[in-house]
Structures are given as C-alpha cells and as structure tokens.
Design a protein. Sequence first.
Length: 282
Amino acid sequence: MTASRKIISGVRTFVSDVTEGFLEITHNSFALIGLTVAFVVIALTARPDLRQVGEEQLMGWLQARQTQMVGMPIEPEASERATAANPKDLPKEQAAVAFWLSKKYRVAPEPLSALVAEAYEIGTRAKIDPTLILAIMAVESSFNPFAQSAVGAQGLMQVMTRVHTDKYENFGGNHAAFDPLSNLRVGVAILKDYIRITGSVEGALKYYVGAANLNSDGGYASKVMAEHRRLRQVAGSTTPTTSTRPALVAKRLITPEAAQATEAVAASNVHDDGTLARSSNL
C-alpha cells in the first residue's frame, strides 16, 4: 500500500470514529435530557406547590420583560377597577340622565353612567328617589370624587370623613371616602337616616348640610330640590322609578359584601350633634 493510500485510509478511520463518537454523545445527551424532562414533569405533578411557584416566577419574568419593552407596568385588570360603564347599556331613563349630567357638568359619560346605575340601585333599596341622590352629588361636588371642602367634607357626597370614621371601617378605612361608590353608599345611608329623623326630604337636607341647629340652611335644600326637579324631567318621570341595571355594571358595583357594608352604615348612622355631613357648596 502506498503512502497516499495509508493517509486516506487513516483519515477515513478518524472521520468514522469521530462521527460514531458524536452520535453516541448526542444519543446519550438526548436520553439525559429526556430523563431530566420526565423527572421535572413527575416532580411538578407530585408537588403542585412547586408548579405554582414556577408559574409565578415565569409570569413575573415575562411581565418584567414586557414592562422593559413598553416602559410601564402591565395591568390587564386595571379596567376592572375603573368605576365606569357604557351608557348605551343602561335603561333609557338612566341613559338620558347620564348624558344630561355629563354635558352639564363636563364629566365623561362612562363614569357618570356607573354612578347613575348605582344611584338607581341603592335608591331602590333605600326607598329614596335616585334623582334626589344624583342631585345631592351634583350640588355637593359636581361629580368630582376627589373634592374636599374647607371644613373637611370629602368625596362625591361631601361626607365629613373624620366624623364618620366608623362608617368607613366597613369599606376598608377613611381612604374609601375617595372611592366614588363607597362615598355614595355612606352618604345615602346618612340621608336615609335623616329622612327618618326629620320626616321630610327638606328637613333631612338641612341636617345633611350641617344646619340642623341653625335657622337657615343658606338655600342648600332649595338648590338640591331644584336640581332634583330638573333631573326628574330629564328622566321623563314624575314619580320615583326603578330599573334593573345591566349585568356588566352589576358585576362591578354590587357585591354581597358591599350590600352588607351599606346596611351596617345605615344601622350605625346617628350622632348626637345632628351634623353628620357637611356641604362645600353653600
């Protein structure tokens, strides 16, 4: 055999050995990977807690990557926290009121629709005309849920938070004064009790504004009742009406816990001084 043939034969033998070794290593590697995967699957099946931890870590990593890409936190549940509803989903009467208030007070119709729907819902339970509730909100805060008066009345219905600390415990604390729905529920509970005490809406409004021990309420009741009459005209009714809210709004705004909290507020609502709420718009 010539030298050149020996070289070629040697090269072929080397290549063959290398190929066989590579295939053997690859085969063993795949087998090892398969065993590892099988072990992980068995472990996660046997330990759901480990699977949950792994899923949470993976989700956290993905969210962190997404946050880096868009430059802000990703919160898909944010829309569920919003106090808003589509006015077209409301009954005709409520939609008319929502659009009218939106135009007059320059507030977006979506949050107003949620408030109108809630006012009708809670008004039905409290046996108070919902347009009266909306009229109080209009006069008190012009539908600004973050409003605060010089004397400390806060939120949509301008309830004196420091006086009603115990009432807001049912809703998680004093900061709930700035949650539109919590403030509305506390305010309606107070109004309902004043109607019971005084026997009239006008008398209740005098208490509500903090003028129970004064000769005059500064025209507050007249302003509320005038707005109340306008809203009743917009609603197209001369008597209190009730209506079922859309399922979407009900899911967001009414829960058994919220209804229970509202009842608790109404039950513990009376103070001796007769000045439980205070208006910022006298």
